[in-house]
Design a protein around this ligand. Structure first.
Ligand code: UD1
Ligand code: CA
Length: 449
C-alpha cells in the first residue's frame, strides 16, 4: 500500500507574491500539479495534499484532481508539523508514505519509482532522495556513511561551516515506512534556527535511513524564489525542446522558443526563432512556424506556414498560409489552403477552403464559403452596441477594398461588393452590390477665385 503526501501549505515568503508558491506556473502547469503528475505512475492508494496558506485557493485550483484528500495545516509550523497533520487521516494505515515537497517540480516519474523500489528492498525506515549540487546553498545537507546509511539531515542555516562543505543535498522527497514514522513524529522539537518542526529531524530519530542519489541533479531543484523559478523553467523548456527535436522537429534557435507539456508536433516541422506554444496545441507534419509566433490551444494541420502571428483556440486546415501579423482567435476555423495575411483578425468565424483575406481586415462572427476573396480593409461590423451578429458570405464572392458588412447580413454566392461599400441589406447570389455615395466632380474648382 502506498500513500503520497504533497506538502503545499507554505506561503513561499521568498517568492514575494500574492500567489501561494505551489500555484506559481511553470511551462503552463502549476508547481503542485507537476509534483502530483510526477507520482501518478505509481498509482498510490491515497493522495493527500497538505494545504494551509490560502488553503481554499490551492484546493480550488486542484478541484479537478479526482481522489485527492485535502488536509489542513493551520498554522504552518514547518515541514514536520505538516506531516504531523497526517497522524489522524492515516491512522491504521500500514504501508509506505511518499512525501513530496510541493516546490520540487522537475522530478521524473522513473526516479520516484526507483526510490520506492530501493526503499522496499532496503528495509530502512526511510529512504530519501539526494543529489550532489554544485551550489547546495539553502538546502539541507545529508550525512551518510560509506554504505549509504544516513545519520542526519542538517538544514543549511543550522550547519557549521565544515558541515556546509558537504554537498550531499536533501531533495525534500522521502519514502517512509508510515507506522515507524508515525511513532517518531510526535517527538519532533523546534530546536533549530527557524523554531519550526522539521521533517528532516525524523531521519535521526528513526535511526534507520538510507538514500538514493539521483544522477541528474537538475531533478531535485527546489523553488524558493523567482530566480529558481526561472532556472527551473529554463530546464523544463530544454527538456521539452530536446524531446521534440528527437521526434523530428527542427528548431533553428531552440533557446528562443518555449513549449508546454501539451504541445505536439508532427515530423519535419521547422520552428524559427521566438515561437511560443501554450496549452494543448498540435502542429502537423511539415509546418513552418515563425519567426515570432504565439500558438495556444490550437490545431494546425499539415503543410501550414505561419509567420509573425498569434493563433489562439483555433483550427487551421492543411496548406494554409497565415501572416505576417495575423491574429486568429476564439474558434477561428480555417479550411484547406486559406490565406490570411497582413493585419487580418479572424474571430469566431469559419472560412471554407481557399478563402483569401490578405490585408487589413476584421472577420468576426462570420461564415465564408469556399474561395471567397476578401478585399483589403473589409470589415464585418458584428456588434450593434448591445449584441453580436453573424455575417454570411457565399462561395466565390468578392468584397472590394474598404467594404463594411453590417451584421446580421447574408451575401449569396458569387456576389461582388464594390469598393468602399457599406452594406446593411442582404445581397442575392450573382449580384453586384454598391453602397456608397456617388462621386461628383466639380471642374475648375482650384481656379474658382
Ligand atoms: C526543505 C528541507 C530541506 C531540503 C529542501 C529541498 C525541511 C526542514 N527542509 O527546505 O532539507 O533540502 O526542502 O527543497 O524540510 N510546507 C508546508 N508547511 C509548512 C512549511 C512548508 O506544507 O509549515 C511546504 C511548502 O509549501 C513547500 C515544502 O513544504 O512546498 C518545503 O518547504 P520550504 O519552506 O520550501 O522548505 P526548504 O526551506 O526549502
Ligand atoms: Ca523549498
Amino acid at each position: 500500500m502506498l500513500a503520497v503526501a504533497v506538502l503545499a501549505a507554505g506561503k513561499g515568503t521568498r517568492m514575494k507574491s500574492d500567489l501561494p508558491k505551489v500555484l506559481q506556473p511553470l511551462a503552463g502547469a502549476t508547481l503542485v500539479e507537476r509534483v502530483l503528475a510526477s507520482c501518478e505512475q505509481l498509482a498510490p492508494e491515497r493522495r493527500l495534499l497538505i494545504v494551509g496558506h490560502q488553503a481554499e485557493r490551492v484546493q480550488r485550483s486542484l478541484a479537478h484532481q479526482a481522489g485527492a484528500e485535502f488536509v489542513l495545516q493551520q498554522p504552518q509550523n514547518g515541514t514536520g508539523h505538516a506531516v504531523q497533520q497526517l497522524l489522524e487521516p492515516l491512522r491504521g494505515f500500514a504501508g509506505e508514505l511518499l512525501v513530496l515537497n510541493g516546490d520540487v517540480p522537475l522530478l521524473r516519474p522513473e526516479t520516484l519509482a526507483e526510490l520506492l523500489a530501493k526503499h522496499r528492498q532496503s528495509g530502512a525506515a526511510v529512504t530519501l532522495l539526494t543529489a550532489r549540487l554544485a551550489d547546495p546553498t539553502g538546502y539541507g545537507r545529508v550525512f551518510s556513511d560509506g554504505e549509504g546509511r544516513v545519520s542526519a539531515i542538517i538544514e543549511h542555516r543550522d550547519c557549521s561551516p565544515e558541515q556546509r562543505a558537504n554537498d550531499l543535498t536533501n531533495a525534500g522527497i522521502y519514502c517512509f515506512d508510515w507506522p515507524r514514522l508515525a511513532e517518531v513524529l510526535p517527538r519532533l522539537t523546534t530546536d533549530n534556527d527557524q523554531g519550526e518542526l522539521y521533517l528532516t529531524d525524523t531521519v535521526a530519530l528513526l535511526g534507520s535511513a538510507t538514500h538514493l542519489e539521483v544522477a541528474d541533479s537538475d531533478e531535485i531543484h527546489g523553488i524558493n524564489d523567482r530566480l529558481q523559478l526561472a532556472a527551473c523553467e529554463a530546464r523544463l523548456q530544454q527538456r521539452l525542446r530536446e524531446h521534440w527535436m528527437r521526434e523530428g522537429v527542427t528548431f533553428t534557435d531552440p533557446a528562443s522558443c518555449t513549449l508546454s507539456d501539451g504541445t505536439r508536433f508532427g515530423r519535419d516541422v521547422i520552428v524559427d526563432p521566438q515561437c511560443h506554444f501554450r496549452g494543448a496545441s498540435v502542429i502537423g507534419d511539415r509546418c513552418r512556424i515563425g519567426p515570432g509566433c504565439l500558438i495556444e490551444n490550437s490545431q494546425i494541420a499539415e503543410d501550414v506556414e505561419v509567420l509573425h502571428s498569434v493563433i489562439r483556440d483555433s483550427q487551421v486546415a492543411r496548406g494554409c498560409v497565415i501572416g505576417p501579423f495575423a491574429q486568429l482567435r476564439a474558434q477561428a476555423v480555417l479550411g484547406e489552403n486559406c490565406r490570411v495575411g497582413n493585419f487580418v483578425e479572424v474571430k469566431n468565424s469559419t472560412l471554407a477552403a481557399g478563402v483569401k483575406a490578405n490585408h487589413l481586415s476584421y472577420l468576426g462572427d462570420a461564415d465564408l464559403g469556399a474561395n471567397v476573396n476578401i478585399g483589403a480593409g473589409t470589415i464585418t461590423a458584428n456588434f450593434d452596441g448591445v449584441r453580436k451578429h453573424r455575417t454570411a458570405i457565399g462561395a466565390g464572392s468578392k468584397t472590394g477594398a474598404n467594404s463594411v458588412l453590417v451584421a446580421p447580413i447574408t451575401l449569396g454566392e458569387d456576389v461582388t461588393v464594390g469598393a468602399g461599400s457599406t452594406l446593411t441589406k442582404d445581397v442575392p447570389a450573382g449580384a453586384l452590390a454598391l453602397g456608397r455615395a456617388r462621386q461628383w466632380v466639380k471642374e475648375g474648382w482650384a481656379a474658382r477665385g
